[in-house]
Design a protein around this ligand. Sequence first.
Ligand code: FAD
Length: 407
Amino acid sequence: QGNCIVIGASHAAAQLAPSLRQEGWEGRIIIIGDEPHAPYHRPPLSKTFLSGEKTLEQLLIRPLAAYDKIDAEFMLGRRVEKIDRAQKTVLLDNGETLDYEKLALCTGSRPRQIPLPGVDLKGVHYLRTVADIEGIRGDLDTSKGPAKVVIIGGGYIGLETAAALNKLGVEVTVLEMMDRILQRVTAPVISEFYHRVHSEAGVNIQTGIGVDAILGENQVHSVQCSNGETLDADVVIIGAGIVPNIELAEAAGLDIDNGIAVNAYAQTSDPDIVAAGDCSSYPHKLIGSRVRLESVPNATEQAKTAAASICGKQLDNHTHPWFWSDQYDIKLQIAGFNMGYDTVLVRGDESSRSFSVWYFKGDQLLAADCINQAKEFMQAKQLLAKGINPSPGHVRDTDFDLKSLLA
Ligand code: FAD
């Protein structure tokens, strides 16, 4: 067998390499990543890595020895510039050309850039990589009292960042353009819950407010808001969502559809090229439409499927999506995908720090957001997996054990 080249060295790649060996790939596995690090867990970046509780070594998805053991090779700090499908080669940023028998695109995504005046000032950061966190930490100025940070965007990453910085004693303001934080992804009850939790912790959350400009000389000093107010800031963090890294695939003529378009088996429109993780969109059997999911469990599961396809097997690996977010002492776990919901039911006391929110479309359970409710998260996952739809009465009644529906 020849080379299997993997482009991108993150969650999808870290699963793809061992899965390839398990599925019987005997050729070389070469993982090319433009960051200088072996694959590391990205979720802690806005959580325990930013707060300083975890080191880079503790972030590694697998120890380096695990890749040695399966004979997977890395080329780190290297970018693939071009794919030549006719020659079956990739061109690297140092001019080197490598040939492939099979190619896996694990190029992930990058922060959405917003065209604001002042975004290029020192102290303005996006949040995607270890380098971003190191930059943020380096720019926190504590010489004149607590550092001041303005976060643009009240999504999960912005809010996790706010919680981690709050722990470090930083004065944090979150500016959200929409009427409520987390508007794109949750029901109002969850938005209100997090708004309250952050306000109680001392984070200033302002909704319905955009940003006109980021101000400063070389270094940022303030943010000009759409309501005319100016907020002082040593650091500005922009969390305005992500865009998939599709350009390589697009230039190579592969089909694109809100991401690199793959089928249920992670195969692109070229039979020798697969794609997995944040960069790809695929027809999800359980969701019933084409989706591009932005989560670690998705990258991992899809990488297993992609590895099987490379080895000529079909692995039907579709599970319901799941996700989590850690802020303060609160673990949110999400089972399922709430797109298209028409009914929201609350189980438990929404004014406490432990309850769950259930999303339905008609009678069909779509998803549950579980706040410090690990047991209900597991139950929701199992109900979804078995296609069991609890009645509204059962969901609302905390004395009713949902487990009994699973028997
Ligand atoms: P990525 O992690 O995006 O990695 C792709 C890699 O490929 C990058 O290193 C990129 O630089 C590299 N690359 C791209 N193009 C090239 C090229 N041409 N040549 C070489 N290298 C290239 N998910 C959860 O499930 N739970 C969470 O709590 C959670 N929290 C998160 C918090 C933060 C701060 C962030 C940024 C993400 C979080 N996510 C979370 C999302 C999760 O990290 C992503 O879904 C996951 O990283 C996707 O993995 P991936 O391998 O598809 O791509």
